[in-house]
Ligand binder design. Sequence first.
Ligand SMILES: *Cc1c(COP(=O)(O)O)cnc(C)c1O
Length: 381
Amino acid sequence: MASSSVSARPNWPASRAGAVLTIDLAAIAANYRALDARTPGAICAAVVKADAYGLGAAHVAPVLEKAGARQFFVAHVDEGLALRESLSPAARITVLHGARPDALEDCVRSGLRPVLNSLEQISQLRALARRLGHTLDAVLQLDTGMSRFGLSRADVQCLVQEPDRLEGISLSLIMSHLACADTPENPANREQLEAFLAAAAILPAAPLSLAASSGIFLEPAFHQSLVRPGAALYGVAPNAAGPNPLAPVVTLAAHILQIRTLSKGDRVGYGLTWRADGPRRVATLATGYADGFARQGAEKGCAWFKGQRLPVLGRISMDSMTVDISDIPEGQIAPDDTVELLNASHGVDAVAQAEGTIGYEVLTSLGRRYHRVYENQPQNT
Ligand SMILES: *Cc1c(COP(=O)(O)O)cnc(C)c1O
């Protein structure tokens, strides 16, 4: 019975939600192909950690596989186990954090390749290989300056002096991560590349990987054997300066709940921080900070209606925000219309700028309450 009432109103799930998040799968596929084409000598992997940066790995990963990706990276073992269900058995899944000792066997038995970030993780995998009686595939990560993950220079020396530590381990990749790749002129990029190549030169030979999204837009020397883009696949700009060469992926359309007319002196929102200097028309939108729009971005925040900018007024609430619609002629906008909080020309990077953060954080903060529409599913070809 419920299903018949749903089918009678095809837009019903969308109109129940405060906002509709549309994810353009063809744009993600196009971004993958563009990044792959930019790195002709390298394998282009796909980073789908944090549920494909909040966009839904179960929907996104198969599209990336269809677009040509054969290697996928996640952060946690659990993410890898879930991802296995979405990909063909041939897809190679690497777990960036590696596995804690009691999860390592599950990780390996499920066909997930762990990253080894420390001598402890190396000895745990060696012990498991010995116990299982066969060689295990792994990625070795080196710290080349970020002081976050991977073997230190002293750890590398230790491995060189005691090669038995790698017994039973087949290193199919040696990787590191750039700290400043979004600022191409930063000398730290070259320093990390040189430190990486110097360390790799004394370790057992393996393909190398250094570049994530921003690194792909540095010189080809940074590409090495495999590149690991995440954010760029989802349309985030690879560096702050200059135009974004990637296709926009997300659109967010929020419902208008109410429209009201204010007189001079009327105030808006918690703390009554905004005061009308004359008559204004305002709309309350069904999206707030619980949906990923940071409170601190309010003063520079905006929505869009048919190309017109609608500034946010006052503070953003948990479930709503208020925007100025005075520039839209009366009768041309009404409750139940939608306005855009993200669109092709005002994307996650623009929202990030208003909020004082980066597009990555806006993307991964997008709420769980949106009605999600996956459009332009690539056809089987
Ligand atoms: C997240 C991550 C990536 C992907 O980074 P983007 O900047 O999103 O392309 C690549 N490598 C490592 C080690 C990461 O943690």
